[in-house]
Unconditional design. Structure first.
Length: 120
């Protein structure tokens, strides 16, 4: 991977991490507001919405860790190398999913194996 591509992915990953952290901060601020609903149905809807948001934020928290790992691989010169077969991961795949650790062929094989395991 050339220097220009490394800088592109570093900027992309840092920007995405900043967006995720910003959203997490907004969620905490929104949940600090004390809402009082006299109607139990309204309260239940609010709680359901809050639980959905918390699940989304938990997935985003996990994504932040993956972004940090991708940045470490970038610094170590291991970014864009498939962990399974050792081949280069295509630039288009990295642009679509910069935290990926598998090339498209290895990922497809992994998904097929997972589907087979679920059937058993």
């Amino acid at each position: 991977m050339n220097k220009k591509e490394v800088e592109f992915f570093r900027d992309l990953l840092n920007q995405r991490m900043q967006e995720l952290r910003s959203e997490a901060g907004k969620t905490v601020d929104d949940m600090d507001e004390d809402e009082n609903f006299p109607d139990p149905s309204d309260r239940a809807s609010m709680e359901s919405n809050r639980n959905s948001i918390l699940r989304i934020r938990d997935r985003e928290r996990k994504l932040i860790f993956k972004i940090q790992e991708a940045l470490q691989r970038l610094e170590a010169g291991e970014f864009g190398i498939c962990e399974e077969c050792g081949e280069k991961i295509g630039i288009e795949r990295l642009k679509a999913r910069p935290v990926t650790t598998l090339c498209i062929d290895c990922k497809a094989s992994q998904e097929i194996a997972e589907r087979k395991a679920k059937r058993i």
